[in-house]
Design a protein around this ligand. Structure first.
Ligand SMILES: Cc1cc2nc3c(=O)[nH]c(=O)nc-3n(C[C@H](O)[C@H](O)[C@H](O)COP(=O)(O)OP(=O)(O)OC[C@H]3O[C@@H](n4cnc5c(N)ncnc54)[C@H](O)[C@@H]3O)c2cc1C
Length: 460
């Protein structure tokens, strides 16, 4: 039964990175009223459930929302991220989103926020604590900021069975381990499994005490070329190398070989062809650490674990009875199919540039605030499905380059890009006189047309 009714311009479902960045950008230039609903107790979405040692894999400098910086824009001097911009951890990210909610969104007077509430459809949400049911009359649009909600180990059970005599924990429980395990068996091939391996190694676990069960091998982006700010020259150098590779590639296989040779992509095991690409970044130092783990199992997905055996798609292997299994096998990024971002009375937040959830949500918020017609908004904001397999790199780049070309022809968007802290390439103009930037730009311009033509021909 509906307890009361609210009126608003936008009902935003989800106060994660996407919902926060969208709302922040929407209200910055536009007098809209917004109601935000989230079933979690605090803003920040999945970061509230993240394992304690997680870090952004991109610089903090362009994560979060436009109105409030995250971190202090320092370049790490030591550790595996040395020479690159700092990356916030889970506690810092959650604290940041709490500040954004209180000091930017709520303080603006334009936003009302309802945590611990489930959106149940038809403009209605229900409090998880009181059961109160609220109907919302929406004047402009319902904003779905949950469409790409990732699945993380804290909230997804392992996709394999574990006998009562075997010990298996979600990755977030690793820091609470209070007695050494005979062996740490990390199950999963993505960023979470990589983080678990790196954390174990950094906290002094012998590489030979780690077994890594990897159903797939992944391509990983070299973080050195994913920097902005003072290091934006390296970003442009990376893009120039990618277009050079594309312009000369004879096949998808050759393209990825060229990416590897030009240090754009890494793989941990150089003898295995990756079948996965979810775009996490990695430093050379981290790569070196991961390569110290020699006990790598490649027999497909785990089906069943007991004290003495591990049953996988490709066979059964002996288990160490004292092993601790670390569940890192949640799907993570959500490669849901692309749907139009703008529809009549509905906005479904998705990337436009590859990955970069906050930047893309903010772009959608800004474009919405400009009052353009529906078709025009969709022309400027083509959806770009999150990547899953290597060829998604190709598809993602083509969508992104097409959008960037359109944005450059819209003066208000070009100006917004220059002032958006979430835009990685912001400030490029300031560094345009540097020889490194001029050289990279010249190679980019020489290769962009043939490179894009080759990439288009690679897609089915
Ligand atoms: C370990 C890890 C590291 C990552 N690092 C980076 C990075 O460095 N850079 C980057 O760009 N991306 C990174 N990502 C990608 C990440 O998915 C995004 O950055 C972003 O946090 C996702 O935000 P979201 O708003 O789409 O989803 P979420 O954070 O899941 O937010 C969605 C929210 O919607 C709420 N919700 C869902 N359904 C309902 C409902 N019916 N009613 C009410 N509320 C609902 C949920 O409670 C949740 O709070 C990382 C992801 C993981 C898992």
């Amino acid at each position: 039964m509906v307890t009361h009714t609210l009126d608003t311009d936008y009902l935003v479902i989800g106060a994660g990175a996407a919902g926060m960045a969208f709302t922040d950008a929407l209200i910055a230039d536009y007098g809209a009223d917004v109601v935000m609903v989230d079933r979690r107790h605090a803003p920040g979405g999945h970061w509230n459930d993240a394992y304690p040692f997680v870090r952004l894999h991109q610089p903090s400098a362009y994560y979060g929302v436009n109105s409030l910086p995250l971190g202090a824009d320092t370049i790490d001097r030591d550790g595996p991220n040395a020479g690159m911009y700092e990356q916030a951890g889970a506690a810092e990210i959650c604290g940041y989103y709490d500040r954004v909610m209180r000091m930017s969104l709520l303080a603006s007077g334009a936003v009302r926020y309802f945590p611990m509430c489930d959106y149940v459809g038809e403009g209605r949400f229900v409090s998880r604590l009181s059961g109160a049911s609220v109907a919302v009359r929406v004047r402009k649009a319902v904003v779905d900021a949950t469409y790409l909600e990732p699945a993380v180990p804290a909230t997804s059970a392992p996709p394999f069975a574990v006998a009562p005599d075997a010990r298996c924990i979600p990755v977030g429980a690793l820091p609470r381990v209070d007695e050494p395990a005979g062996r740490y068996v990390v199950v999963g091939a993505g960023k979470t499994a990589i983080d678990a391996c790196l954390w174990l190694l950094q906290t002094g676990v012998d590489p030979d005490a780690i077994r890594w069960i990897k159903p797939r091998e992944a391509w990983l982006r070299n973080r050195f070329f994913a920097q902005g700010g003072e290091l934006v020259g390296d970003l442009i150098e990376g893009i120039a190398r990618q277009l050079e590779s594309a312009a000369h590639a004879m096949s998808p296989h050759d393209l990825f070989a060229r990416f590897e040779a030009s240090a754009q992509l890494f793989r941990v095991d150089e003898h295995v062809t990756p079948t996965m690409y979810k775009a996490p970044t990695m430093s050379t130092a981290e790569l070196g650490m991961l390569r110290r783990i020699r006990d790598v199992v490649r027999l497909g997905h785990v089906r069943w674990i007991d004290r003495h055996e591990i049953h996988l798609d490709g066979g059964v292997i002996a288990a160490d009875p004292g092993a601790l299994y670390v569940h890192c096998a949640a799907p993570g990024l959500n490669p849901a199919p692309a749907v139009p971002i703008f529809a009549d009375g509905r906005i479904t937040l998705q990337p436009i540039r590859s990955g970069l959830i906050p930047f893309n949500a903010a772009m959608a918020g800004f474009v919405e605030s400009t009052g353009r017609r529906l078709e025009e908004k969709n022309r400027l904001c083509p959806p770009n499905r999150l990547p899953d397999v290597p060829l998604d790199w190709v598809r993602g780049l083509l969508v992104e380059m097409d959008a960037d070309r359109k944005w450059s022809k819209e003066p208000d968007i070009a100006q917004w890009l220059e002032r958006s802290r979430l835009n990685t390439s912001r400030g490029l103009r300031r560094h345009a006189g540097r020889p490194q930037v001029q050289d990279a730009m010249a190679r980019f311009l020489a290769n962009v047309r043939p490179g894009l033509a080759t990439l288009r021909a690679m897609l089915p």
